[in-house]
Write a protein that binds this ligand. Structure first.
Ligand code: ADP
Length: 233
């Protein structure tokens, strides 16, 4: 397949294909969220996140969630429908952790009365700030109806994935989705690899997320591998 690189982000590269409606997403081995100096790469991380993403996209499709996923084309690449991306990171939270704890002074690990869905603006000028629905509509990033659809889909995905991972002895503390437009439809885009999740390991009671790993390569490798094995069960 002929490919032309059109974008390189922190963890993925995008390529145009012969078909203008499709893109190839290649997963890199770089670990996100670390400062530039301590930037590290992990062998097989790209392949593992691709494998987890492809599996979860297929799983969501079986529950009639519309996603951009077409098929896995190699160990590090998936073929997707090209979307007009909405510049938001949509975080769904079931348990208080990280950011939420710092911002509202909650107790780490507190079970939330109901899931909380938050929007963060993806921005190069400012550091991805929390943003509310009025801002999003007023700034022209998405319409009110589109936001309702994003909210509804995030809630559904949460129920589906919570159950999926609970059967694998992991609680979903929180996870991130990105959405885009395909014609007049709102579609789940981007990826669903380990970097998008914070889990509670129900066997060890330890938090598992990219941020909570020590930065020690061997340990990180093992965690990525463990999550992949659980997903594939
Ligand atoms: P970042 O841009 O945050 O550094 P990545 O390394 O994850 O992130 O780069 C992937 C980019 O591809 C993101 O900007 C994401 O919004 C975009 N993207 C994901 N899926 C699609 C799609 N189906 N169509 C177009 N763009 C997409």
């Amino acid at each position: 397949m002929a490919k032309k690189k059109i974008y390189e982000g922190k963890t993925k590269k995008l390529y145009e294909t012969d078909n203008e409606n499709e893109l190839v997403i290649e997963f890199k081995n770089d670990v996100p969220c670390l400062d530039e100096e301590s930037r590290i790469t992990i062998r097989n991380k790209g392949a593992i996140n691709n494998s987890i993403s492809c599996h979860l996209f297929r799983y969501l499709s079986s529950y009639h969630i519309t996603t951009h996923f077409i098929r896995q084309i190699s160990n590090k690449e998936m073929l997707v429908k090209k979307l007009e991306m909405i510049p938001l990171q949509v975080i769904t939270r079931n348990i208080a952790s990280g950011n939420l704890v710092k911002r509202y002074g909650l107790e780490e690990g507190k079970e939330l009365e109901c899931p909380v869905i938050e929007f963060y603006l993806k921005s190069v000028q400012v550091e991805d700030p929390l943003i509310n629905k009025d801002h999003i509509v007023a700034f022209g990033h998405a319409s009110s109806d589109e936001l309702k659809e994003i909210h509804r889909t995030s809630s559904k995905v949460n129920v589906i994935l919570e159950d999926f991972f609970r059967r694998r002895k992991l609680r979903v503390i929180d996870f991130k989705l990105e959405f885009g437009r395909l014609g007049d439809r709102i579609v789940v885009g981007d990826e669903l690899g380990f970097d998008n999740f914070t889990f509670l390991d129900l066997e060890t009671n330890k938090k598992l997320s990219v941020e909570s790993l020590s930065g020690e390569k061997e340990e990180m490798c093992k965690i990525y591998q463990k999550i992949n094995e659980l997903v594939m069960q």
